[in-house]
Design a protein around this ligand. Sequence first.
Ligand code: ZN
Ligand code: FE
Length: 253
Amino acid sequence: MTLTVHQFPCLSDNYGFLVRDEATGKTACIDTPDAAAILRELEDLGWDLDLILNTHWHPDHAGGNLDIKAITGCTIVGPAEVTRIAPLDREVAGGDTVQLGETTFQVIESGGHTMGHIAFFDAADRIAFVGDTLFALGCGRLFEGTPEQMWDSLQRLAALPDETRVYCAHEYTASNARFALSVDDGDAVKARAADIFAARERGEWTVPTTIGLEKATNPFLRAPALAGRVGAAGEPDARAFAAVRSAKDSFQG
Ligand code: ZN
Ligand code: FE
């Protein structure tokens, strides 16, 4: 089982992802930030689209569903909340699996940014598509869910193998790094922030990241260790996470 990932920037700071199961040529699109850009990439690659996999209902993730289905006839799979903006062919939730040729995606419940947010994990290739749940040095804003829900979601992702490549839906890493430095003065985060600023200067992408790198440096995953820095010393882990999240929400970096 080999999954090829084709990544490309679109909209202002989203990434689009087209994935292909090499054994069968079956192709999927992870979220649909920009229908025209995705259709262009498919044409350039000579790939026929079989499936759309949605992580959540936000328009920069599901807004291209209808236009892409109209042209490709693909099947749309996602969490029930996507039906707020477009119909689904199949609703999935945490614990389900989705097949793309010989590649199996496990659906991981990852609510918090939105209530019904899900992630897709290909265990054979150690590849995860996490939408707006986990970012490089960051995490999604809590538009709908509670800090406890988001903390649980992040813990489910942190439990994946360290070498898992994590495909986040946005390039937010430089601003995330500025915030990370404000709550964590450890050497690991300093070194990573320096790498990130240099990479962005060169115009390079910082996605994908890995679970191991995020566990070592992401201030949201490290919230319990940073609790004292955000006024949450001695609080339960989810409260420490909530304090880091609200510090980021008001951070002027
Ligand atoms: Zn979103
Ligand atoms: Fe988004």
